[in-house]
Design a protein around this ligand. Structure first.
Ligand code: PLP
Length: 348
């Protein structure tokens, strides 16, 4: 069914804007939009669909493929010879960055924080397979890691290297990354006609907020009357709302398109974080089990499991319109399952 839109930019105009940005092809698109009838029935919810960005193709998939197409495109356009990135040891971004670098022939330097799941499993194992230079700073935390990376980046520059720093902080790399999820919103907008009715809500995981901001900006600029709800996996809802709105406004300035969101237009739930980022929740583990056992689709314990936990809770509470479909954007994260095997097994 066609979705009515109060269009600001047409699909072609948004595609033309994206085509102006430096970009390399890393993934396999479009990703499918899968119906999940058995899961909807099991949780007593509306028709549920999953936008399968876990199937973006690069290095076991995930949201960072789209983001990296623009970030690596920018790195190459600037003549960089390497990438420096850092996050926690089970970072999906770092895993996909190391694969992207391997694909385009850049060196990849990863600096990872210690603490949680630093065993050679999941994403960390894959970083090594893709040939990244991996340093784990056991005493660094996710909160002070970026400043710990600064001297490492400076040392590379002193050696005559020209690294491109991938970070979800401002300015340039995050703006590039947001183009990735503008492109996802555009792609999904072309798939909505396959649904029996227009969706009421699209759920997306909100971490740094980059993916959420890019996606919600895309839905806004295409004029689609669909609520985008970010499920925060780290920050309280108020802070994340402010963060996502600010990111979308920066994107609007950068691309010169009216895709900026006010805080009122940003929807965030902070109810599914649990104790803290990176730690599993019983609801998230249940969501992994239910989605696997009703749809044959894997979710991860840190991001998408918590997002689906939010959808399931709202469905069970009758908070979602009963007839209209809802969509979850599946942002990937699958390799972390292998590092979190004990937590997952304990909940099966
Ligand atoms: C699997 C997965 N989903 C969602 C996100 C959130 O993306 P963002 O940091 O852009 O909000 C991440 C970030 O690392 C991720 O790895």
């Amino acid at each position: 069914m066609a979705v009515q839109s109060a269009q600001i930019l047409s699909q072609d105009e948004l595609a033309a804007k994206l085509a102006e940005q430096p970009r390399v092809e890393l993934g396999t698109f479009p990703t499918p939009l899968d119906a999940c009838p058995r899961l909807s029935e099991a949780v007593g919810g509306p028709p549920l669909y999953i936008k399968r960005d876990d199937l973006t193709g690069l290095a076991l998939g995930g949201n960072k493929t789209r983001n990296l197409e623009f970030q690596i495109g920018s790195a190459i356009a600037q003549g960089c010879d390497s990438v420096v990135a850092g996050a926690d040891a089970q970072s999906n971004q770092c895993r996909q960055a190391s694969a992207a670098c391997a694909k385009v022939g850049l060196d990849c330097f990863l600096v990872l924080s210690g603490g949680l799941h630093t065993e050679l499993q999941g994403n960390l194992l894959l970083d090594h397979i893709f040939g990244a230079d991996v340093t784990v700073l056991e005493d660094a935390t996710i909160d002070n890691l970026q400043e710990r990376i600064d001297p490492i980046e400076a040392e590379l520059r002193a050696q005559g290297r020209k690294p491109y720093r991938i970070t979800s902080m401002y300015p340039e790399p995050a703006l590039r990354a947001m183009c990735g999820y503008l492109s996802c919103a555009l792609e999904l907008s072309t798939q909505l006609s396959s649904l029996p009715q227009p969706p009421s809500t699209i759920f997306i995981t909100s971490g740094s907020g980059t993916t959420h901001a890019g996606f919600a900006a895309g839905i806004k600029v295409l004029g689609l009357p669909i609520k985008v709800v970010g499920i925060s996996i780290k920050e309280p809802a108020d802070e994340q709302r402010e963060n996502v709105a600010a990111r979308s406004q920066r994107l609007a300035e950068q691309l010169e398109i009216p895709c900026g969101l006010s805080e009122d237009e940003v929807h965030v739930s902070g109810d599914y974080i649990g104790e803290k980022y990176g730690l599993t929740t019983p609801e998230g583990l249940e969501a992994i089990r239910l989605t696997a056992q009703h749809e044959g689709i894997l979710l991860d314990p840190v991001y998408t499991g918590k997002t689906m936990a939010g959808i399931i809770a709202m469905a069970r509470a009758g908070e979602l319109p009963a007839e209209q479909p809802v969509i979850m954007v599946h942002t990937g994260g699958i390799p972390a399952i292998f590092a979190y095997h004990e937590e997952i097994m304990s909940a099966l």
